[in-house]
Design a protein around this ligand. Sequence first.
Ligand code: NDP
Ligand code: MG
Length: 387
Amino acid sequence: MNDTNVKKQIAILGSTGSIGSQALQVIAEQVDLYEVYALTAHNNVQLLIEQARAFLPEVVVIANEKKYHQLKDALGNLPIKIYAGMEAICQVVESQPIDIVLTAMVGYSGLRPTIHAIRAGKTIALANKETLVVAGDLIEKMAKQYHSFIIPVDSEHSAIFQCLVGEGYNSIEKLILTASGGPFRTFPLTDLRTVTKKQALQHPNWEMGAKITIDSATMMNKGFEMIEAKWLFGVRPDQIEVLVHPQSIVHSMVQFEDGSIKAQLGLPDMKLPIQYAFSFPDRIRSSFERLDFSQYSSLTFELPDLERFRNLALAFEAMNRAGNMPCIVNAANEIVVAAFLEDKISYLAMSKIIEKTMNRTSYVAQPTYEDYVATDAEARRIALEMI
Ligand code: NDP
Ligand code: MG
């Protein structure tokens, strides 16, 4: 941790994405507290160049090595180290001056750099939930071993984390994860067969990257968040409840042993959980829009429809079967979401392919890191054969 008068050094993995860009907005508003040490992106070299010019980090890395020269040409006259490739990302996160690594890349690609950051004892501001879905047990064990602190950025988990502040060893009875229900909450079931990616990409309350927006429409996102919550908060699957709350104002809740329930509320704006992950345990003044209760005549809650949201049921099954099953579901899901976004398969085909991949991929009860890598590759191949 830093002295109070030293700025926290932050590495943003996935700076060109929705979370990454919002993290830069947070830092721009808190220049006395935070400094960008490293920025990484995959393909969007133009935005990475703009961000590097604006924030002058020590290091920038572009994962796609083909874009290295473009980056180097644009930034060569600035005192910024420029690298390319996943190996470089994994090395950069270990740099001594970094205090916090914000993992805001999408999907399985977050796993390796997160492991490197944990090994280096960094504080992880974790947005990349897929890392915990794929290898939660390994990540939790390593975080303990290397004294790396994981602070959730996902709004639901940030809400739970905030509700737990000051509770010491008080036992959690139940976590209540809220979900908006996405664009298809009340859509006629028969019409789900023909929904387009344009419809699925229209989230009612949140503006996010394409992959998580599709995961929100299918509610795979909430299934992943159950698994994420299991690892972050050390609860059993039967202690996690999902409640559809279309207004997205109550970000999640914790029920304690005495029956008391704490909730965290606010407008749907990821800048708040991002800033809290940076400032924890402090709260710092922000300009974010405030919630005005008089604008909400009702906050409503309902149970999710598992027939409509088949992916939620599949993720729940994967969490219970444990081992490498969540890794299998994640890999299959990445394949089908990409295929749906390329108009290669229908909306409903996504769940069918995931379920078949779950049944066909080799099950490993106690996977090692190498098992996860092999499982990810096998499940992707099996899912791809069905596209
Ligand atoms: P985006 O798709 O908007 O951004 C993803 C970022 O990761 C981009 O910077 C992208 O680079 C980079 N990236 C993608 N693939 C790779 C790769 N193979 N190697 C290295 N970098 C890569 O995603 P979001 O910001 O929406 O989401 C990021 C993570 O945060 C996800 O895990 C998501 O589940 C989680 N999350 C997001 C929320 C949100 O509101 N958006 C809310 C809660 C969690 P480039 O663009 O340059 O190609
Ligand atoms: Mg969330």
